[in-house]
Every structure is written in structure tokens, then in C-alpha cells.
Design a binder for this molecule. Structure first.
Ligand SMILES: Nc1ncnc2c1ncn2[C@@H]1O[C@H](COP(=O)(O)OP(=O)(O)OP(=O)(O)O)[C@@H](O)[C@H]1O
Length: 437
């Protein structure tokens, strides 16, 4: 019944009375700042308290995550929650005030207060609060929606939710290669302290090379899903110059995979050792015309600086992935360790990859035609995409799928042999012509 001003004054006075002689320190975090803008710290602390609320709060708000459908809990209004750290106790209290506006509408103002004994002030400020922020960040990262950023439309990042179906389980690749990649990625994300100690940017470069349809893009999807990272699809032909490239890279977030697909087609990264006349410096600085019709003014030095982490002054880990169908075209400067730490060769479908595809598409691990199919694979030179294409056309019909894929392999074997004959034949003609001239 009291006007809000009187109620606030009474509340303030009663608190002063209650806490006189008290050695408690309180820190208040409001949901909105004085301009009505959201306070990101409030949301961060809410995330931290959500993990605690589930086990100890008496009144909780229950929410469902829009994407994962997982239940999350947050503190209800006017609740207290006790936390313990290094043998002392801290109290988090939530408060919610309703304010009536002159036009008879109401708005809710929430705040969270942290209270603790004054003698722990130093420990709370320097150790406890940074720990809270770290844990909150990890919780929010786990619950967030993965995104795919792209600069294809203009020179800025635009993003859409990212959900690539590929995982290391569904990827048709030798299990030894998969295990090596997964363990390399796990080591990389766990070594923040190591990178800091040795003074290196927390980044790692991957080069995926091989013919089209061998799963380079699928592997990128599997990596992003494995690490739960966002993906930045960097289109170099849409970047005006090195300065714009720098700006784009500086605006990438941590925990991201930065991808440059078909790098040999978008920037002149030709192997200098193959008799190019330009000097090293000329080549590095010169804005170049790409191998394809597309043109980019990003120079090789721009790419090298990017790989050396010169522009990654930002915090956090970043994985850089380059793909190419023609590894032999790339300048060795691009390939050296530190720039491309891991080289992954994606090739034609082998026996192990074929069994993975059979399981993915037909749901079986064995079949009477499997041995025949495996025997045909080396000479048929089919990519995983070719095999997947045949199997997908057969729906759930295992018999049809296996029959079709074996038939296709037999036809491909003949085509491959015929192509090889043409090539050898041409070589023979060239030789003859050389002798004639
Ligand atoms: N190794 C693989 N494992 C599982 N599926 C694969 C694999 N390789 C190809 N595929 C299938 O073929 C399709 C095309 O493959 P993907 O785009 O990954 O190949 P790519 O090597 O990136 O080709 P490109 O060089 O033309 O970009 C994928 O959507 C997937 O269905």
C-alpha cells in the first residue's frame, strides 16, 4: 500500500539497522544499467548460479534450452543460495522489484547480491570471482547455439545456426587417421597454459588435401562438432585487401574453426620453387590474380601473417583449416610446421572407409558382396562421395545397394583403365614427335 519511494527508504533503513556492527561486504549486480541496457555480467552470474541452483535452491525457475531441449534451472526471486570456497561461505541472494510506471504498466528490476565476510575480500576479488566467471563462461558455451559465419555476401561476417551432420563416427576415413586427428585436437584445446608459457598464439593449422568428394568439407564439420566450435567460412575473393583480411580475422570469436576452402584457387600460392621469376619479396607483397577467374587482392604475405598468428592478438583458441585439391601447387612456405601443423591426405575410398559408408547408408556391417567390393576398390578409384551417391539412391534396400555399388565399381574400373591407356598413348605420341623434331 506504500508508495515505492517510502518502501525503498524503509527497506534501506531496516537493512542499515540489521547490519550495524556487521562485518559483511555486499556486491550488487543489477540486471540493467542506468540507461536501461542489459548488464552482461548479470547474465554471466545467472549462468553460474544455474548450475548451483539445481542442487541447493528451494525455489527455482525451470527453463528448457531451445535447441538441446535440456532443462536448466535458475534462482527464483528473493532466494538465497550458499556457496563455499577455500573453507569459507558466501551468500548469493536474488531480488526482484516491480516498478509501476505513470502509464500504469509495470517493469521488473532484478539484481543479484553476493555477501561474504570482509576478511575474505581479497580472496573473493582475486580468486573466487575469476573462477565464477570462468565456470559461467564454460556453462554458457555448452548451452549456446553453434553458428556458421561467412563473408561470402560482403566483406563482413554474417551468421546462421550451424548444424553439420558429419561426425568422426560417420566419417569414412581410416580409424588410425581419425584417432590421430581427435587426439591432436584434444591436446590442442587442453594446452592453453602451454601456449601462453612458450609465448605462442593459441592456434593450430590444418591442411586437408585430396581429390574432390573425398570428405574434406565433411571432416571440417566433424571437427567443429567434436570441439563444439563455431565455423568461420573465409572467402578470400570477397576480401578487398590485407587490411580487410586483418579486420575480419580480428573479429572472429575464440573457440572457432576458420576455414579457407580451395586455397589454391583463390590466392596465388603457387610453388615458387617451380621456376617463377619474381623474387620472394615481390611475390609476398604483390596483390595477385588468382588461378581461377576469381580475383583477390590478398597477398601471400597476408595469408602467411594470418597463419603466423600476427593478427591474432585476441584471446582464445582458433583452428585454421585450409583445403585444396592440388597440394603440389602450394608454396612450401605455406606448408611448413607452425603454419600447417597437420597435413591430412583425403583419398579414394579404401576398405575401412567403405565399411563405414555401408554402415551409415545401409545399416549393415557385413554382406556377401563385401569381399568382392573390397577387391574392386583399389582399381575403381571411387571417392567416398561416389560410393555415398550410389548407396543413397537405394534407400534402405541392402541387396540393391550392394549390387549397384559393385556394378558401379566394375564400370569405373574399366573407365580408369581406359583413361590410363589414353594417357600412356599420348606420352608415346609425344615421344615420337620429339624424335621427329
Ligand atoms: N570421407 C567421407 N565420409 C563420409 N561421407 C563422405 C566422405 N567424403 C564424401 N562424403 C559424402 O560426399 C559428400 C561430398 O563430400 P565433401 O564435400 O565433404 O567432399 P570434399 O572433399 O570437400 O569435396 P570438394 O573438394 O569438392 O569440396 C558429402 O556430403 C558426404 O555425403
Amino acid at each position: 500500500l506504500l508508495p515505492p519511494e517510502v518502501r525503498d527508504l524503509l527497506s534501506y533503513l531496516s537493512k542499515r539497522l540489521l547490519h550495524s556492527g556487521d562485518k559483511t561486504v555486499s556486491m550488487v549486480v543489477d540486471e540493467f544499467d542506468c540507461n536501461g541496457r542489459c548488464n552482461p555480467l548479470f547474465t554471466t552470474i545467472e549462468s553460474y548460479l544455474s548450475s548451483k541452483s539445481a542442487s541447493s535452491a528451494k525455489v527455482m525457475k525451470m527453463n528448457q534450452h531451445s535447441k538441446s531441449r535440456a532443462l536448466t534451472f535458475s534462482m527464483g526471486p528473493d532466494q538465497d543460495l550458499l556457496d563455499h570456497f577455500n573453507g569459507f561461505q558466501l551468500k548469493w541472494s536474488s531480488k526482484s522489484d516491480k516498478h509501476k510506471h505513470p502509464n500504469d504498466t509495470f517493469s521488473e528490476h532484478r539484481s543479484i547480491t553476493l555477501s561474504f565476510d570482509v576478511k575474505h575480500r581479497e580472496a573473493v576479488q582475486s580468486v573466487y570471482l575469476p573462477k565464477v566467471l570462468r565456470e559461467a563462461e564454460a556453462i554458457r558455451f555448452k548451452n549456446r547455439e553453434k553458428r556458421l559465419f561467412s563473408n561470402r555476401k560482403d566483406a563482413h561476417w554474417t551468421s546462421v545456426p550451424f548444424s553439420h551432420p558429419s561426425t568422426f563416427e560417420t566419417l569414412a576415413l581410416e580409424s588410425k587417421v581419425k584417432e590421430d586427428i581427435m587426439s591432436d585436437l584434444t591436446n590442442f584445446v587442453a594446452r592453453k597454459e602451454y601456449y601462453r608459457r612458450v609465448g605462442r598464439t593459441w592456434k593450430r593449422g590444418y591442411l586437408l588435401y585430396g581429390p574432390p568428394g573425398t570428405g574434406k568439407t565433411s571432416l571440417i564439420g566433424a571437427i567443429a562438432n567434436f570441439l563444439d566450435f563455431d565455423v568461420y567460412d573465409l572467402e578470400l575473393t570477397a576480401v578487398a585487401d590485407n587490411t580487410q583480411l586483418r579486420t575480419l580475422l580480428l573479429s572472429t570469436a575464440s573457440k572457432s574453426v576458420i576455414v579457407v576452402e580451395d586455397v589454391d584457387c583463390t590466392v596465388d600460392v603457387m610453388n615458387r620453387s617451380r621456376g617463377l621469376k619474381r623474387t620472394h619479396d615481390e611475390m609476398e607483397e604483390e596483390p595477385v590474380v588468382a588461378a581461377s577467374a576469381a580475383v583477390t587482392a590478398v597477398s601471400l604475405s597476408g595469408i602467411l601473417n594470418f597463419l603466423d598468428g600476427l593478427w591474432s592478438t585476441c584471446e582464445g583458441e582458433r583452428l585454421m583449416v585450409f583445403t585444396t585439391n592440388h597440394v603440389e601447387r602450394l608454396d612450401p612456405a605455406l606448408l611448413r610446421p607452425g603454419r600447417m601443423d597437420m597435413h591430412v591426405h583425403m583419398s579414394y575410398c579404401g576398405a575401412e572407409a567403405f565399411r563405414t559408408l555401408m554402415k551409415n547408408y545401409l545399416g549393415v556391417g557385413d554382406h556377401a558382396l563385401l569381399a568382392e567390393a573390397e577387391g574392386l576398390l583399389p582399381s575403381a578409384k571411387m571417392t567416398p562421395a561416389d560410393v555415398a551417391d550410389v548407396l543413397m539412391g537405394c534407400g534402405d534396400d541392402v541387396e540393391l545397394g550392394m549390387r549397384d555399388v559393385v556394378e558401379r565399381m566394375k564400370r569405373r574400373r574399366i573407365e580408369v583403365a581406359a583413361d590410363a591407356e589414353v594417357v600412356n598413348g599420348n606420352k608415346g605420341t609425344e615421344k615420337e614427335e620429339q624424335i621427329v623434331f
